[in-house]
Design a protein. Structure first.
Length: 375
């Protein structure tokens, strides 16, 4: 799969621009604050339906504009396709696929596939569990749009359940019937999400380990596993626990913690608190890995994400790298570039000399304008 063009109007600092890409390695280069990341951010919106910077649509509109749009033309194994996004300061966003309006995000996501790698991801190993959950969720959503729907249903029920737990105007016993209904609904959604994440992690672990061993000449190996109070596998229980087992475990947890949940006024268990454990040579990477080892694992995770996407869809996704080469040492940078043969890569950088002599398509970025440069 590869991007042919992306067009922007009033998107971030881009007033009007069309960027054209080659199916190989593309470098968007320029000084700081010119619009390199903005260009990648727009492309990634088509893969996961939202900005990777965690902002609302309103913030994507160019300062002072009430309307903006982005349009992506890409080629997959079957045909050329076009996805469009209309942004407005007043209305909810408009989405189109090949000219046809789309209402639900879950119909928009999963058409175009991309793997994003930006400097913030380098803190994924030692950072908060939220970073690892978000990595898993964005990767899985692109492959399973139903998963995106399950996540948003879960978030909605969680919000209602937390509101019941917080509602000090009624006694605990008066709130209990609603609490139970919502717990049942949450348990069902939690089970779907946990099972999907566990399955993804099992496959990812294998692939990440292959990349890491390869990168380190067999010196390092890694194992990823899912960590959840409600997943028996995470407690050394049966590996590959089924839906019933997980749902029961979650239900029992909630029942035994009901009093604590009412006291804490929030939901204490569920996939919104789960994590992914990363073991490097059998020890917790979070506690023992060096900074370089962290980087190698994240790199292997991104390459692994690409492999799983290829297994699921039959073709490689587009790789979007925001200024990561400057963060990687020469060995890891070279490894990354070598392993990306046969895939489209769109990479941003302030330093074009890093790519001297390489067969790459250079795009110069200046103040939200983009020009193809002959090399
Ligand atoms: P760096 O090399 O420092 O990462 P960059 O080229 O990646 O720089 P961007 O993050 O793309 O820079 O941002 C370019 C400019 O766009 C910044 O000056 C930023 O303040 C500006 N900008 C961000 N959002 C908007 C917006 N909604 N409207 C107009 N300009 C914006
Ligand atoms: Mg940037």
């Amino acid at each position: 799969m590869y991007v042919n063009t992306v067009t922007y109007q009033n998107f971030r600092n881009i007033e009007n621009a069309e960027l054209t890409f080659s199916p190989g390695v593309n470098i968007v280069w320029g000084d700081n604050a010119q619009g390199k990341t903005n260009a990648l951010e727009g492309i990634y919106c088509f893969a996961c339906g939202k900005s990777f910077r965690g902002v609302r649509d309103k913030e994507l509109l160019r300062f002072g504009s009430t309307y903006g749009m982005a349009e992506l033309h890409f080629t997959d194994a079957k045909r050329e396709q076009c996805l469009g996004l209309q942004l407005s300061s007043e209305k909810t966003r408009g989405m189109r696929r090949n000219g046809v309006p789309i209402r639900r995000s879950s119909d928009f996501v999963g058409v175009f596939h991309a793997v994003l790698f930006c400097p913030e991801h380098l803190s994924m190993i030692k950072g908060a569990p939220q970073l690892r959950r978000s990595f898993l969720d964005t990767a899985i959503c692109q492959l399973k749009p139903q998963y995106l729907a399950a996540l948003s249903d879960y978030a909605r029920i969680l919000k209602q359940r937390n509101a019941v737990l917080k509602d000090a105007s009624r006694s605990v016993s008066a709130r209990m019937p609603l609490y139970e209904v919502l717990t049942e609904q949450l348990a069902a959604l939690n089970t779907r999400i946990v099972l999907t994440r566990m399955k993804y992690i099992r496959l990812l672990s294998q692939s990440v380990n292959e990349f890491l061993s390869d990168m380190t000449g067999g010196r390092e190996h890694v194992t990823l596993s899912y960590v959840s109070d409600a997943a028996p596998e995470a407690h050394g229980g049966s590996v590959g626990a089924g839906a019933e087992e997980i749902q029961k475990a979650f239900y029992e947890l909630c029942c035994s913690y009901a009093a604590r949940e009412f006291a804490a006024e929030t939901t204490l268990h569920g996939c919104h608190r789960d994590d992914m454990a990363i073991l490097l040579n059998e020890r917790e990477a979070r506690l023992y890995a060096s900074q370089g080892q962290d980087r190698s694992i994240v790199l292997a995770m991104k390459l692994g994400e690409g492999e799983l996407s290829r297994t699921a869809t039959g073709e490689y996704p587009v790789f979007l790298f925001d200024d990561v080469l400057s963060e990687l040492d020469t060995m890891r940078g070279q490894y990354l570039m070598q392993r990306l043969g046969g895939r489209q890569v769109i990479l941003t950088s302030c330093n074009p000399s890093l790519f001297a002599g390489m067969d790459v398509h250079m795009i110069r970025c200046t103040e939200g304008a983009y020009t193809n440069v002959q090399t």
